[in-house]
Design a protein around this ligand. Structure first.
Ligand SMILES: [Zn+2]
Length: 158
């Protein structure tokens, strides 16, 4: 979202420090500017009405939606994990660690299991960052540990 698009829709806009402005709130009958606008380095725009309007009321009243305040598409920020997905990831990490341990001890691992391990490795690697972003640090660490075990021994070629 271009900050100019928001500022141009507001009245009595005044700069207030770096990447910050005040303006009259379009969502209530505002005589003196009580809406603060701030643009974050990542392009996200923060709106705060001291009259008590929500950011949603403010954007709606100038013909925009909440997603216009975000520089990134909302789907990305809305990502979450269900309990089932978390349990599945946990199980995969456990399975991968077991396989890696067997391989390390030079014990036989059935080819079915090796294929399954390769799949787990791939899907777990792609989830680590997403889990960290959402604060599942403990699970992310366990996953990292199990994939690193595989990396270290170069047992899997993907
Ligand atoms: Zn307001």
């Amino acid at each position: 979202m271009n900050i100019d698009r928001i500022l141009s829709s507001l009245d009595k806009v005044k700069p207030k420090g770096r990447d910050s402005w005040v303006a009259c709130c379009p969502a209530h009958n505002d005589k003196s500017p009580s809406l603060s606008i701030k643009e974050l380095p990542d392009g996200k725009v923060i709106l705060n009405c001291f009259g008590g309007c929500t950011a949603e009321e403010v954007v709606n009243s100038i013909g925009l939606t909440m997603s216009d305040l975000f520089s990134e598409p909302l789907e990305k920020q809305d990502k979450f994990y269900t309990k089932r997905q978390l349990e599945e990831l946990d199980l995969q990490a456990w399975f991968l660690a077991i396989c890696a341990t067997h391989l390390h001890r030079r014990e036989h691992v059935a080819s079915d299991d090796m294929q399954k391990a390769a799949k787990c490795y791939k899907s777990l690697k792609s989830e680590i960052n997403g889990l960290k972003e959402l604060g599942y640090n403990k699970l992310a660490r366990r996953i990292k540990a199990s994939t690193t075990m595989m990396d270290a021994w170069r047992m899997i070629r993907i």
